[in-house]
Design a protein around this ligand. Structure first.
Ligand code: SOE
Length: 389
C-alpha cells in the first residue's frame, strides 16, 4: 500500500557489486529519512552475469533485471541511469544515457582521461539532463561543518591541507590482478580510486588546484589474474600471472589558487589502515581535523580560545543543527558510511525535481580528472605540472 503522492523517479542501475549495494541501499532508505521532492523507485538493474544480476535484483529490491545495459535506455519508466561499473565503461554509458535523455549519476573517477571527461561534460550539457558524480564523503555531517567553518571565515586565511587516503587491501602479493589493478579498466590505481576522493574533499573545502608534483610506485608487479567479488575481495581464476600496470601508491604536493599548500597521499599499502580517509586543514585563526573511521567527529582548534584552555576539541556532529544529521536520530546517535550516500542521493533527487545538477556533478568530475592527469604528467616529467582549468 502506498499513499505517497510525491512524483516517482525510475532508477536504472548498471552494475551491482560493492557500489551497487551502497547505491541501492541509499535509494531505499532515502524516503524513510528525508523528504525529497521526488522519490526513487528501483525499476531495473543490469549486469552481464545472468545469475549474479538476478540474485542481486532479488536481494536489493529491484523490480527487474537485464543483462544488456542498453535495454535500460529504451525504458520509458527509467528516468535515471546510475553507473556503478568499472571506470573504462563510464564514458560510453554516460554519453548513451545523456543521448537517451536520462539523468545520470556516475561513480568516481568520472573517466579514464581528461579528454573523455570533457566529452562526458559536453554530452550532459547538450542533453540538458541532471548529473552528479558520487563523491560521497563530502556528505558526512562533519565534513559539511568543516565547509561551513571555512566559508564563515572561522579559520581565517587557509594555509595548509594535508590529506591521506590509506588502505591495505591489496598488500598480500596473492591478491588477484582484477579490474581495479589494470590500467585498461581502471585508468590509475590508488590515485584515481582513493586519491580522487581526497582531491574532491580538497576542492570542496579549499578551492581549485593550480599545480602539482607527484610520485607513484607499484610495489608488487606480478599477480595471479582474477576478478573482483563484492566488496574488496577478489578470486584468482588459476595460476596464470599478469603484470600490474597501475600505482599501488601515489603521493603529491599541490598549490591552490588561493595560495594554500597541499600534501596528499593515496596508498593501498598502508598496513593496518582499512579505510583511512583523513585530512587536517590549518588556517590563520584555527585548524580542523577529520578521520572517516570516526566520521561523526570534527576536531577543531581556534587560536582565540582562552589561553591555557587552547587545544583541539571534539565536536560530535550529530546535533540537529549539523548538516544532514537532523534527518536521522536524536543528538548523539551516530550515523555511518552508508548515510553519506543517502545524503548525496537526497541532493540528487531534489536536483532532479528542480532541473539542476547539484555539486559534485560532471563538471566537478572533470576538474578532479584534471588534477589526476596533472599528477600523472608530473610523474612522467619529474617536474611540476599545471592543472588544466
Ligand atoms: C576501494 O578502494 C574503495 O571501495 C573505493 O573504490 C571507494 O571509492 C572508497 O570509498 C572506498 O574504497
Amino acid at each position: 500500500m502506498s499513499n505517497d503522492s510525491r512524483r516517482e523517479v525510475g532508477i536504472g542501475m548498471i552494475g551491482y557489486k560493492f557500489m551497487g549495494k551502497a547505491h541501492s541501499h541509499a535509494y531505499r532508505d532515502l524516503p524513510f529519512f528525508f523528504d525529497p521532492q521526488v522519490v526513487p523507485r528501483l525499476r531495473v538493474i543490469a549486469g552481464r552475469d545472468d545469475q549474479g544480476v538476478q540474485a542481486a535484483a532479488l536481494k536489493m529490491g529491484w523490480q527487474s533485471f537485464e543483462t544488456d545495459w542498453r535495454k535500460l535506455l529504451e525504458r520509458k519508466d527509467v528516468d535515471v541511469i546510475d553507473i556503478v561499473t568499472p571506470n573504462n565503461t563510464h564514458a560510453e554509458m554516460a554519453m548513451a544515457a545523456a543521448k537517451a535523455g536520462k539523468h545520470i549519476i556516475c561513480e568516481k573517477p568520472l573517466a579514464m582521461s581528461l579528454d573523455e571527461a570533457q566529452k562526458m561534460v559536453q554530452a550532459v550539457e547538450e542533453a540538458g539532463v541532471v548529473h552528479m558524480i558520487c563523491h560521497n564523503y563530502r556528505f558526512a555531517p562533519a565534513v559539511q561543518l568543516a565547509k561551513q567553518l571555512i566559508e564563515s571565515g572561522k579559520l581565517g586565511r587557509i594555509y595548509h591541507i594535508r590529506a591521506t587516503y590509506l588502505q591495505d587491501w591489496i598488500m598480500d602479493p596473492s591478491f588477484p590482478l582484477s579490474w581495479r589493478l589494470r590500467k585498461d579498466t581502471t585508468g590509475t590505481g590508488a590515485l584515481g580510486d582513493i586519491g580522487a576522493h581526497i582531491i574532491d574533499l580538497a576542492r570542496f573545502l579549499i578551492g581549485e588546484f593550480t599545480e602539482v608534483t607527484g610520485m607513484m610506485e607499484t610495489f608488487i608487479r606480478e599477480r595471479p589474474i582474477g576478478e573482483m567479488n563484492g566488496g574488496l575481495s577478489a578470486t584468482s581464476s588459476g595460476n596464470e600471472m599478469g603484470t600490474v600496470d597501475v600505482d599501488d601508491a601515489s603521493a603529491f604536493l599541490a598549490r591552490f589558487d588561493n595560495g594554500a599548500l597541499g600534501v596528499f597521499e593515496a596508498t593501498r599499502f598502508a598496513g593496518g589502515n582499512r579505510n583511512g580517509n583523513r585530512f587536517e586543514i590549518n588556517g590563520e585563526k584555527g585548524s580542523i581535523r577529520w578521520d572517516l573511521e570516526n566520521m561523526n567527529l570534527l576536531r577543531v582548534y581556534f587560536s582565540d580560545d582562552e589561553p591555557g584552555l587552547q587545544g583541539f576539541r571534539t565536536i560530535n556532529c550529530t546535533e540537529e543543527t549539523h548538516p544532514y544529521a537532523g534527518a536521522y536520530w536524536p543528538s548523539g546517535h551516530i550515523i555511518g558510511y552508508e548515510h553519506t550516500f543517502i545524503n548525496l542521493f537526497s541532493e540528487f533527487m531534489n536536483g532532479i525535481a528542480e532541473g539542476r545538477s547539484p555539486n559534485p556533478n560532471f563538471y566537478d568530475g572533470f576538474r578532479n580528472q584534471a588534477v589526476l592527469a596533472a599528477v600523472e604528467q608530473s610523474v612522467r616529467d619529474k617536474s611540476w605540472a599545471r592543472v588544466q582549468s
